[in-house]
Design a protein around this ligand. Sequence first.
Ligand code: SF4
Length: 286
Amino acid sequence: MAECDNDQDELRDLLAQALEYARYYRELGVNGLEQAEKRLVPVMGRVEQTEMPRKSGKSATGDGTSPTTDGRDIAPPPSLPLLPRKVESDAVPAAPAVLETLEEVRRDLGDCRRCKLWSTRTNIVFGEGDPQTQLMFIGEGPGADEDLSGRPFVGRAGQLLTRMIEAIGLTREQVYIANVVKSRPPDNRTPERDEVAACIPFLFRQIAVIRPKVIVTLGNPATQAILETTAGITRLRGNFQDYPRIPGIRVMPTFHPAYLLRSPDKKREAWEDLKMVRDLLNQLSS
Ligand code: SF4
């Protein structure tokens, strides 16, 4: 009987996990998952009905929450293989030794007034995350929510970015998130050339300290600044590029989450880009 209970538990957990994945990726814009969801829900119901009284209080999703019907407020997929921390690989040539820390870069930035953006900002948004991560996300600049909180990507676009990160099996805490400029451009305009020129040396130093395996640039301004190119995101996205300043770091340009909120039909392409990032990181770590 105990064996039967275990099989039942395992089946139910597997179904709950499959349902979670289907909902999660559908929310990201991956097509063709509605049918899978429709078929999984009644099967889940039948399993629940035939289930023996449980020994624990675990819920249907196995993590203390119940599946919703609209796909919102669900926990991220829990069990994609998480990336080990930095693993030295022959494929990544050693970069010159970095003799500073993120704290030192931040200290050097200080109460920065190196460009005109200082006069309208509330807080400098330096960046946050794991300083030893393999994966960085870089946007163009802070918006209103970020300016108020001093943290990158916390508004609606940030919430979508968080879900995108979770969809490849990671958490925000496991990556590093920063912007090309660290003070908010008024009315969320694109940072101007002199502002980028004044601020980006600090981002280059952050990248040199963290030395990730992959950088995902979000949108046109970030992609052009990091790749030091005038080519546009539409042409560059979907293909790995080389980070010009440190050999071995790959750059994946993709759409900015704010753009994806305005153009949800582009989520599919962003998801394809992120899958390539996930696969490369897994490959480099194996
Ligand atoms: S955007 Fe960068 S360079 Fe300009 S004031 Fe802010 S921190 Fe300084």
